[in-house]
Design a protein around this ligand. Structure first.
Ligand SMILES: Cc1ncc(COP(=O)(O)O)c(C=O)c1O
Length: 379
């Protein structure tokens, strides 16, 4: 009998929805044109491209002209940080120590290259940025970009975008938020939200890897982010991969079409997991949990009451039993170094203990949770 498997690492990536694969195959087989060509197959490709743009924009209540396609979240975050400094006169970026590496590792490079200043906002006990400190930092009159993650990919803490964006507007700072973990999983009403840039990556919502987008309100003054042709309003040259883009639009449509149902299913699974942990591992803790903190519904990061010497091998041991979870972000899962996010919120003793990030999708079932619990008991 094949080994039972449980994939519980959906914050790293998700399984593609078969309907998305169908959509992509149709575009790949029937639509090989270059959307910049003026002949009919090119024009057909252009229709696919622009239809996808309109679909995506309408799902997040934005305008089609505000959507720029990229190769994913890393590129999107890099482009925004670079462009705002290079072209919009930003001299300071306020960010936090719990950002994804595509933001965190870009900041020192920008400081080196352009001499900008980076300020890091203080964190509250759960890892949430302290908005009072943000406001204090914003008092200084220097052209500023605030870049703060919306849903933290390791702990699921949620930034209040309305409150943060309103502060940024009040102090005339631009606001970028890394929404890679939240687009497709929670509603966005961008026409009424004070944010300047958000980003998305299709593989986080059952779409293909290697494609994402930037929502951008401030294009005036922006120079090409990638030099090349006139694609994407001249901001990002390169022939658009229309099969990927059409796949992303389909994935987002499916995600938002079934959002409430999926959210309910996943929320129930997460509650079931916490119940099972309470029974089998009393004393476990939810990393990021703090008074007044709202944690996102699809992931939980738990510190297990197991001996420290289990930390190094826990993932391997679970994997051998068919359970796929992670310790933190996937880009680091091969690393034995403790997560940079947990380092900010846990004590030096707690960080040595085994913590696991368990992240769900609507494909998961209670059996997956049972398999995880049984596997953990054997660790
Ligand atoms: C919060 C966050 N930002 C950015 C990224 C990078 O996205 P991509 O894999 O599309 O480059 C990820 C992916 O792990 C993420 O979780």
């Amino acid at each position: 009998m094949p080994m039972k498997k449980a994939y519980l690492d959906n914050a790293s990536t998700t399984a593609m929805n078969p309907l998305v694969i169908n959509e992509m195959v149709q575009v790949m087989s029937g639509n090989y044109g270059n959307p910049s060509s003026t002949h009919s197959i090119g024009r057909q490709a252009k229709v696919v491209l622009e239809t996808a743009r309109k679909t995506i924009a309408s799902l997040i209540n934005a305008e089609a002209r505000e959507i720029i396609f990229t190769s994913g979240g890393t590129e999107a975050n890099n482009l925004i940080l670079h462009s705002t400094v290079k072209d919009l006169g930003i001299r300071r970026i306020i960010s936090s120590r719990v950002e994804h590496h595509s933001v965190l590792n870009t900041l020192p490079r920008l400081a080196e290259q352009f001499g900008i200043r980076t300020d890091y906002v203080n964190l509250l006990p759960g890892g949430q940025p302290d908005l009072k400190h943000l406001e204090a930092l914003l008092q200084e009159e220097v052209p500023t970009l605030v870049s703060l993650i919306h849903v933290n990919n390791e702990t699921g803490t949620v930034l209040n975008l309305l409150q943060t964006g309103t502060l940024c507007r009040q102090y005339k700072a631009l606001f970028h938020t890394d929404t890679v973990q939240s687009v497709g999983k929670t509603e966005f009403d961008l026409r009424n939200l004070p944010v300047d840039f958000i980003v998305a990556s299709a593989h986080k919502f059952h779409g293909p890897k290697g494609v994402g987008f930037i929502y951008i309100t401030k294009t005036i003054g922006l120079k090409p982010m990638l030099y090349g042709g006139e694609q994407e309003k001249g901001l990002r040259g390169g022939t658009e991969p229309i099969h990927q883009i059409a796949g992303m639009a389909k994935a987002l449509e499916l995600a938002y079409g079934n959002l409430n149902e999926h959210r309910q299913h996943i929320t129930a699974l997460k509650e079931y997991l916490h119940e099972q942990l309470t029974i089998n591992f009393p004393g476990f803790k939810i990393n990021g949990e703090a008074p007044g903190e709202e944690l996102f519904y699809n992931l939980t990061n738990v510190l297990l009451p197991l001996p420290e010497d289990k930390t190094a091998m826990i993932l391997f041991s679970l994997d051998m039993q068919g359970v796929e979870v992670s310790r933190g972000s996937a880009c680091q899962s091969g690393s034995v170094k403790p997560s940079h996010v947990l380092k900010e919120i846990l004590s030096p003793d707690a960080i040595k203990k085994p913590s696991l990030r368990i992240s769900f999708s609507h494909y998961n079932t209670k059996e997956d949770v049972d398999l995880l619990i049984e596997a953990l008991k054997k660790v």
